[in-house]
Ligand binder design. Structure first.
Ligand SMILES: NC(=O)c1ccc[n+]([C@@H]2O[C@H](COP(=O)([O-])OP(=O)(O)OC[C@H]3O[C@@H](n4cnc5c(N)ncnc54)[C@H](O)[C@@H]3O)[C@@H](O)[C@H]2O)c1
Length: 357
């Protein structure tokens, strides 16, 4: 087992990374606490039992709630269900919430913790590759609003993150590919050597090779940890983590959150952001080919045939930013491992970049 330290202005905490690490040893510091465990309905039975038994044995008071993870359920209604339970069972400010699930359960449990009694502690046990390398690190918590994704949220850092690759065993292959999209993103914005390693190992990673996945997860969390430790509330370099996301969020809306998962939309968005990097920052042809090759290898042929009306996608991007009160920023690459934040990009350049070739 390895430990990565996240040091932010508001809190320092460890991310434990390993296989079979959900033992009491790594949870005993939460003994004699009031615990609520929020569980993703798709967690494999034996893993769920292990966590349930450990937490119920060590706690002073224990409850659990199972939630079906969907963007529709990442809502104020589900948030109220969590808060209602805490209030009905008289949980105090000293309680601690545990999330055992993917990004949706982690984001929502984190936001429930951020808002209950003006903020209580929480622990994340991320269960998808995407949530292990991205959503569980950095303290962004949120729920959706009918008008937009993650519109209601807070920065609230967890007390601990336990990243156990055992949980990945029950994932579909496509979910491994979604997580790989965010791993590739981390390499592209900050680490050329890691990008090369990914090129060499991508087939094993797609096949779910345990040893290689553990290495990729560890490296990826290290990169995210370094970025969020320098810029907890996204005033500067944390924006780099949005590489591919300006296009990606619009792609998610374009597909009504049904046609493309978050990871798939980010992968497609990274292809478009690479095209834009060529136009705006003269990203070299050789590097562009390598980037696209790696991204193509994690996407299905069907996804790569997706077509988008460029004007519609630009409209969705602008609407999203307007709602969030941001300007339309793009994270672009000057080379592999070197990211920059740019605004004021001409619409015609954005439109020309909306293609998957
Ligand atoms: N907070 C952040 O910094 C951050 C970063 C990236 C993404 N996100 C958010 O994370 C969400 C996407 O996360 P995700 O990709 O984990 O999706 P998800 O939480 O929707 O999980 C995807 C699916 O996998 C299932 N699942 C979860 N764990 C499983 C397991 N071990 N075995 C089998 N099935 C399992 C879920 O029930 C769901 O059906 C989005 O809402 C996105 O906005 C947040």
């Amino acid at each position: 087992m390895k430990e990565i330290k996240i040091n932010t202005d508001s809190r320092n905490y460890p991310v434990l990374v390993g296989t079979n690490i959900l033992s009491e040893n790594n949870l005993k510091e939460f003994s004699n606490k009031e615990i609520l465990l929020v569980i993703d309905s798709k967690i494999e039975e034996s893993v769920k039992k292990e966590v349930q038994i450990t937490l119920s044995n060590i706690s002073l008071k224990y409850s659990e709630l199972t939630i079906e993870a969907s963007e529709e359920n990442k809502s104020s209604k589900t948030l109220s269900i969590i808060h209602d339970l805490l209030i009905e069972k008289s949980y105090s400010r000293d309680c601690i919430l545990f999330a055992l699930g993917g990004g949706i359960i982690c984001d929502m449990t984190g936001f429930a913790a951020a808002t209950f009694l003006r903020g209580v502690d929480f622990v994340l046990i991320p269960s998808t590759l995407l949530s292990q390398v991205d959503a569980s690190v950095g303290g962004k918590t949120a729920i959706n609003h009918p008008k937009g994704k993650n519109m209601i949220g807070a920065f609230h850092q967890p007390s601990k993150v336990i990243t156990d690759t055992k949980l990945l065993k029950s994932l579909e292959k496509v979910q491994i590919r979604e997580g790989l999209a965010e791993i590739i993103k981390h390499a592209l914005i900050k680490d050329e050597a890691f990008f090369k390693w990914l090129e060499e190992n991508i087939e094993d990673l797609i096949e779910g090779n345990d040893v290689k996945l553990l290495e990729a997860i560890y490296k990826s969390i290290e990169i995210k940890a370094e970025v969020v430790s320098q810029d907890e509330t996204e005033q500067g370099i944390r924006k780099w983590l949005n590489f591919g996301h300006t296009f990606g969020h619009a792609i998610e809306v374009y597909g009504n959150y049904k046609r493309f998962s978050h990871g798939e939309a980010v992968a497609l968005g990274m292809i478009m952001a690479t095209n834009l990097s060529q136009k705006i920052l003269n990203l070299g042809k050789k590097e562009i080919d390598k980037i696209k090759q790696l991204i193509y290898s994690i996407l299905s042929e069907e996804l790569l045939k997706s077509e988008f009306q460029p004007n519609d996608l630009v409209r969705l991007m602008s609407a999203d930013k307007k709602k969030k009160g941001d300007s339309l920023n793009f994270i672009l690459l000057s080379s592999i491992g070197e990211a920059q934040i740019l605004s004021d990009i001409q619409e015609s350049d954005i439109i020309e970049s909306i293609k998957l070739t």
